[in-house]
Ligand binder design. Sequence first.
Ligand code: SF4
Ligand code: SF4
Length: 172
Amino acid sequence: MNYLKKIIQGFWNLSVGMTITMRYFFKKPVTVIYPKERIPMKRFKGPIAFVVDEKSSDHLCIACNACIKTCPSRCMSLEIGKSAADGKRVLTDFKVNYMLCSLCSLCIEVCPTDALKHDDPNYDFVSLTQKELVMDLLEPFEKKGTPLTKIPLAPATPKPVATPTGAGGSST
Ligand code: SF4
Ligand code: SF4
């Protein structure tokens, strides 16, 4: 009796399995043959880039450092110079290390001038070198020669060199 019960149970399990198999056999597959086939990734944001101002075709960064301080991955850096004309801060370098960026968008949210955005939703961006994944956000503007990238800079003030105790400076 127990033996007959096991046989019936086996057939039942087999028929349930085959029913599920046949149901999915006629359904459209959810997978794609990557990389020949690609699907749009609606929720992928893309790497951080500078917004291009419609009026000036320039970037909107004022080098305030807010994004740098906020970034939880510490993957942003900028450098500034001084304008030779009025001594104002001039952005001279802005880089984002895409290898470390978590695409959290916090830098975009804190930016007071809305200078940052997610760009290029290319979700399979790869590189053979780490250097290519450190993105130079100013580069496209420098290539175009936008006004903000052409501001003449004042010569950098040399940093004071620490003098060892007891050296130099004769009093007589
Ligand atoms: S998206 Fe997040 S992790 Fe990436 S640069 Fe901005 S603040 Fe940093
Ligand atoms: S928060 Fe905006 S304006 Fe300030 S340094 Fe970052 S990108 Fe530039």
